[in-house]
Design a protein around this ligand. Sequence first.
Ligand code: NAD
Length: 248
Amino acid sequence: MHGVIIGLANDQSLAWGCAQALRRQGATLALTYLNDRALPHVEPLAQSVEADIILPLDVSRADQMDALFDEVARRRGKLDFLLHSIAFAPKEDLQGRVVDSSPEGFAMAMDISCHSLIRLARLAEPLMREGGSILTMSFYGSEKVVPGYGLMGPVKAALESTMRYLAAELGPQHIRVNALSTGPVKTRAASGLSHFDALMERAAQDAPLHQLVTIEQVGEMAAFLLSDQARYVTGQTIYVDSGYNILG
Ligand code: NAD
């Protein structure tokens, strides 16, 4: 299996749990890093999973996106899976009320965290001639109001809906598209959220399994969904959250 993983920042990233699990399944990986500052953190991880394509990708840069898929086409000739594990919102918009969010901040969060999935899927489609699997990462704040999740709630709701439309449109080409909705994990992206520690505490206390999820568990589920074993699963938001989402 040949795959592209987008969203690796460091060894706490959900994408890192996924990269390790996918490599254990024998996948050949292409990884990206946001910018030069991220490279020293990403490079050693990329080496340890023997990724032979490591390219810069800021999803607001069309030229970098084209370069990534050109390289994948040239080196592999095909693509089996794509993992989209990124999110961003400007701090003042993220930490304030949704009511007060700026049009620019909202648009940027939507563009980087949601529309980027559409752009990536469009570039992946011609390389997934034999079918493929696309996975994005979401959170329960998409459907319920979670204190401190703010602007990312509506953005993740749009992301999950986008995932379903892509699944419907790409299904005839046997390209599956799903979202993994994970419980809270302490990562760099999560550290930008206010009340995140309280969220972790609630999740650990109240979730039916009374345990926080780890990037290893997220990785195992991602590897399953991206593999052929999940070949009849598409258009779904699947929870890896110790059961938290079933609570009223
Ligand atoms: P992380 O900080 O490790 O990863 C976020 C990634 O987004 C980073 O690699 C960063 O470089 C990337 N990114 C941001 N702006 C980008 C841009 N313009 N172009 C390309 N990449 C960009 O944090 P994480 O928690 O592993 O986040 C991964 C995904 O998981 C996100 O979609 C996040 O919303 C989602 N998620 C996280 C949690 C959690 O509790 N950590 C829970 C549910 C869902």
